[in-house]
Design a protein around this ligand. Structure first.
Ligand code: ADP
Ligand code: MG
Length: 253
């Protein structure tokens, strides 16, 4: 069963239809890339899955149950986390303090500082992230700051992690480290959705790829069966002759 199912989802901003009858299925434990040109609606779609935006119409199912998230807090409680392109960290705070920011809202209670620190360290160790819990965020690299954002979500036990253009702020080496981390998270059973238009990254890490164009669902393909050029063509709207025995493709209904 798909862990996320989006059916006929639409988001309007005034008269402008940013997401138009979108369908999407994300399987448990896969790395699913969402590809589309700038302005295609990738962030809008994911912000609805994370409870930041309310759909105008349509349905979102998580593990078969329909959701009506009113806030990210509610999405996190259902196991969905998101890391944005622009971090929301406090530079003068330590890594572990940043991980815990907002924790009391999520958990509904606050525990002892020493215990909190140990709990965060445990999470970092569990996922084998290269991160010093005691370092100040202002003193660590951009790649490490992004790992703080990821750990912040994992510390809240999310099963599904959405990353919105995570490599946009990273060096090529940091990008490779990120992709390694995502592949490791997948091996631990997490479901990853990565928004990007960098197709070399997609080829390196994704199991499946969904292409959207001008707010519309174009198709979902297996990474193994497509070339970067074919994905690029789907993104810009040129015809592609995909071998349907090699790839799975579902046209929007
Ligand atoms: P992508 O992430 O694929 O680059 P977005 O989801 O950010 O695209 O935006 C899709 C379209 O919706 C764009 O045309 C953008 O200008 C528009 N849009 C996004 N957010 C808003 C908003 N809050 N109000 C009005 N238009 C918006
Ligand atoms: Mg975007």
């Amino acid at each position: 069963m798909s862990t996320i199912k989006v059916v006929n989802l639409t988001k309007k901003f005034g008269d402008f239809v940013a997401i138009d009858g979108m369908n999407l299925e994300v399987n448990k434990g896969e790395i699913h890339a969402i590809c589309g040109e700038n302005g295609a609606g990738k962030s809008t779609l994911m912000n609805m899955l994370f409870g930041l935006l309310k759909p105008s119409s349509g349905q979102i199912f998580i593990n078969g149950i329909e959701m009506h998230f009113q806030s990210p807090k509610e999405a996190i409680a259902q196991g969905i986390g998101m890391v944005h392109q622009h971090f929301k960290l406090v530079p003068s705070f330590t890594v572990y303090e940043n991980v815990l920011l907002g924790e009391e809202i999520v958990k509904g209670f606050k525990i002892q500082r020493n215990t909190e620190y140990k709990e965060v360290q445990k999470t970092i160790d569990h996922y084998k992230f290269d991160l010093d819990a005691n370092a100040k965020v202002q003193d660590i690299s951009v790649g490490a700051q992004q790992r703080v954002e990821i750990i912040k979500m994992l510390h809240r036990n999310v099963d599904i992690l959405i990353l919105d253009e995570p490599s946009a702020v990273l060096t090529p080496q940091e990008t490779d480290e990120l992709l390694d981390n995502l592949i490791a998270l997948k091996k631990l059973g997490k479901t990853i959705i990565i928004i990007t238009h960098k197709l070399d990254e997609v080829k390196k890490c994704a199991d499946r790829i969904t292409v959207i164009r001008r707010g519309k669902y174009i198709g979902t393909v297996n990474n193994e069966g497509v070339t970067q050029q074919e994905i690029a063509r789907m993104m810009v709207g040129r015809d592609v002759n995909l071998d349907l025995q090699k790839v799975e493709i579902e046209r929007g209904k």
